[in-house]
Write a protein that binds this ligand. Structure first.
Ligand code: CA
Length: 527
């Protein structure tokens, strides 16, 4: 709050100076001096699939996304409070955990749009606000002057969308359409006001359908495999063994493009079939089994997933170019991030949900000229829980006390406060569908993760030492050498749960199950 007041005061001074300056000095009105915000949010975009993050597999080049980091800051430990789509979006808007904003899962949660969001606060403070693309919070957007969103998950080709409440039909590839809507909105904006644009892709969400121009983008490359593609989950408990998110068993024909997607125009279908049909025929003829079959699926998955990112990166390039051409880049905060991490074959998986690294960590690149040192890197524990607070502070708007994150503005300026968080609370609820990942919560530090599985049919603890076991392959909770670490982390977990007002038991609807399974009794718990 102190930082916020200081900033508000400096904005006041700046505004006053601007008002007193002779008219000729103010050649190009830059709204009112407050920074614009372009928030670029993709769905399920793993940091492993952004070249700025340097994945050893070198899966893809993303020059435009990388540019944001090169001219700004790359965060290497941006973690999410609940690693699935809707909950993450609700957290970004409210600056609160799922248990506090009421959006727990993608199955039966509905965003309570009467809540305070940073978009509403910016709008009240005189910002123009817009959201284009994926919304996925069920209730209609509030706090935006203009919104043009996909219904639900949306589709990849020729998507129906909803524009300020009215259903409209588009033809083309969804990522391109969302990009064009975003640039058009920027073109038509009121130039006397600062703006917030939330430019939110559907891509590269399952079922990973690339733009037709990107089919074959990789020249039938054989992708390097992650070390854990054939993980047998030994060294870990029931939850890791008994999930439903493997490339081997869970991926279906639709995911693997063995079926033609619905809704293509005849020309689009021709182009789609020209790429997939001969390859699918060769695949069927080969009659692959066992590991060879998993390898084929992994390569098809990578072609499609990374193909989606090609269009995302091109879209980012278009928006950055527009900001350059309009002279807006200098006073605009540009953020690139995703709603969570994603598995690209690590542990044999796709999808997310877990407290484990590939799921928990989301990419975060922030450019803010004059404030963020180009090419800087942060290893601090930051989160999308902090975004609302960050944007509010940047705009000089007081941060409501109910928000649970902390502004990243000092971190961005290279002045991380000495009391920055050393531990982060995580929570996951959705069960048993769609991927049978058991509910869990836990605490994450720079070195350790303590996890408690606390669902209806599992009550277990696990501990991972990321320094000795960066792939998270061995639960050391029962190892006497870690007794003190466990005790300390349990105390930290309890402290965080109290501070964040986490209810002892989640409400019945949190799991999203149609009929909530009976909760197993806990030792000593009153029934
Ligand atoms: Ca997602």
């Amino acid at each position: 709050m102190r930082m916020t007041r200081t900033l508000t005061f400096s904005i006041l001074l700046a505004t006053l100076a601007l008002a007193l300056a002779p008219a000729s000095v103010v050649a190009r009105p830059k709204a009112d001096g407050r920074p614009n915000i372009v928030f670029i949010f993709s769905d399920d975009h793993a940091y492993q699939a952004i070249s700025a993050y340097g994945d050893p597999r070198k899966l893809i080049e993303t020059p435009n996304i990388d540019r944001i980091g090169r001219e700004g800051m790359r965060f290497d430990r941006c973690i999410v409070p609940n690693s699935i789509c809707g909950p993450s979006r609700a957290t970004v808007l409210t600056g609160k955990y799922s248990h506090a904003n009421g959006f727990y899962n993608n199955s039966n949660s509905r965003f309570d749009s009467s809540q305070t969001t940073f978009a509403k606060l910016l709008k009240s403070a005189g910002y123009q606000t817009a959201i284009m693309g994926k919304w996925h919070l069920i209730s209609a957007p509030t706090g935006f002057d203009e919104w043009h969103i996909l219904p639900g998950q949306g589709i990849y080709y020729n998507p129906p969308m909803i524009h300020n409440g009215e259903r409209v039909k588009h033809q083309g590839y969804t990522t391109d359409i969302i990009t064009d809507l975003s640039v058009d909105w920027l073109k038509g904006r009121d130039r006397s006001k600062p703006f917030l644009l939330m430019y939110q892709n559907k891509a590269p969400h399952r079922e990973w359908s690339p733009a037709l121009r990107h089919l074959g983008h990789d020249g039938d490359r054989k992708y390097p495999e992650p070390e854990t593609l054939f993980d047998d989950y030994s060294g870990r408990g029931l939850a890791e063994h008994d999930q439903d998110m493997t490339i081997e068993k869970t991926m279906n024909d639709h995911d693997l493009k063995l079926d033609e997607p619905k809704g293509l125009t005849p020309d689009q279908a021709r182009e789609w079939n020209a790429y997939y049909k001969p390859r699918n025929e060769a695949f069927r003829k080969a009659n692959l089994k066992g590991r060879d079959l998993v390898r084929w699926k992994y390569n098809r998955y990578m072609h499609d997933y990374l193909g989606c990112i090609k269009a995302v990166d091109e879209g980012v390039g278009k928006v950055l170019k527009f900001l350059d051409d309009e002279g807006l880049a200098e006073n605009t905060i540009v953020v690139y991030t995703a709603d969570q991490g994603f598995y690209l074959g690590e542990h044999g998986w796709f999808d997310k949900r877990w407290i484990f690294e590939e799921s928990l960590r989301t990419p975060l690149l922030v450019r803010w000229p004059g404030k963020v040192k180009p090419g800087s890197v942060s290893r601090e524990l930051v989160s999308n829980l902090d975004f609302a607070e960050t944007f509010l502070e940047a705009a000089g708007v007081p941060v409501p006390a109910e928000m649970q994150g902390r502004s990243l503005v000092p971190v961005l300026k290279g002045q991380t406060p000495s009391d920055w968080r050393k531990a982060f609370y995580y929570e996951y609820y959705e069960y048993p569908q769609p991927h049978h990942v058991r509910p869990h919560h836990g605490v994450v530090t720079d070195r350790y993760k303590l996890v408690r599985f606390d669902g209806p049919d599992l009550d277990a603890w696990e501990l991972f030492d990321l320094e000795k076991d960066p792939r998270e392959l061995k639960d050391v909770h029962g190892d006497p050498a870690y007794a003190k670490v466990v005790a300390d982390l349990k105390a930290e977990l309890a402290r965080l749960r109290t501070e964040l007002k986490v209810p002892e038991h989640p409400p019945a609807e949190a799991s999203g199950a149609r009929i909530p399974p009976r909760r197993a009794p806990r030792p000593g718990a009153a029934r």
